[in-house]
Ligand binder design. Structure first.
Ligand code: PXP
Length: 264
């Protein structure tokens, strides 16, 4: 039975390795190597690797992207701002997927989702160029149906729902706020799926917050970075990823992507 016929959809884990590069760059040099971390992440069960090449190159570098493209045999999801420079890099490497994110130099991390509805004319040619190159295009947006509609209208195949607000409310111990935001994410995921978009989610997810998001049936991929790399300091990268994977599977006990081909 296929997902469309009613079976639960498998849920992929994309491991974001940006902050391995953050630590490397704190001293310069080559250690710790984010590409080595990507290999370990794959060995620990990551279904894909995610990396954000920022305009200011504060963590991932152009060389990292080249090496990840050449060395990693899992899908690479390149997070990128909608700029000519990033488009040229993406077209050079043709990653499996590109997630278009808003980017401000002064922010510490990606704050809020992309305003696709307000920038349709500027974004449409970029989406066209990436899709024509064979890259799956994802829009990193707030759980807002208007942004989903705009994403579909300009040809994106995927939306990644920003879970940052949900995770911040959880961290603040705001139970009702957290529930309300989770409800927004659930409704938005159902809406996006209903209009034919593939649904991903990510930002700020932790062991504590991942379960409720993993349980959203329309969601097929979570991208998780900062918490995993932080936990790796205490437990090692492979156990941290293994524990996250186990929590996802507990919330969503369906066949994993890489196990599907093994049945029979
Ligand atoms: N998804 C997107 C689009 C992001 O920009 C980020 C942060 O780079 C993540 C997921 C991962 O967020 P975090 O590092 O907080 O897990």
């Amino acid at each position: 039975m296929t997902a469309e016929q009613g079976a639960p959809r498998p849920l992929r884990l994309g491991v974001n390795i940006d902050h391995v590069a953050t630590i490397r760059n704190a001293r310069g040099g080559r250690h710790p190597d984010p590409v080595r971390a990507a290999h370990l992440a794959v060995a620990a069960g990551a279904d894909g690797i995610t990396a954000h090449l920022r305009e200011d190159r504060r963590h991932i570098t152009d060389e990292d992207i080249a090496r990840l493209s050449a060395e990693i045999d899992r899908p690479l999801n390149l997070e990128m701002a909608a700029t000519e420079e990033m488009l040229a890099i993406a077209l050079r490497h043709k990653p499996h997927a590109a997630c278009i994110v808003p980017e401000k130099r002064e922010e510490r991390t990606t704050e809020g989702g992309l305003d696709v509805a307000g920038a349709r004319e500027a974004l449409a040619p970029l989406v066209d160029a990436l899709v024509a190159a064979g890259t799956r295009v994802s829009m990193f947006i707030e759980p807002d149906p208007a942004q989903m509609e705009a994403s579909r209208a300009i040809g994106a195949q995927v939306v990644e729902i920003h879970t940052g607000r949900y995770c911040e409310l959880a961290l603040a111990g705001d139970g009702p706020g957290r529930e309300a935001e989770l409800g927004r994410i659930q409704v938005a995921a159902a809406h996006a799926h209903g209009i034919g978009l593939e649904v991903h989610a990510g930002h700020g997810l932790t062991y504590e917050t991942v379960g409720a998001v993993a349980a959203i049936p329309e969601c097929v991929e979570l991208n998780i970075g900062h918490f995993l790399i932080g936990e790796a300091i205490f437990s090692g990268l492979e156990p941290a990823i293994g524990r996250m994977r186990a929590l996802m599977d507990k919330a969503r006990p369906v066949p994993r992507v890489r196990d599907l081909g093994r049945a029979g």
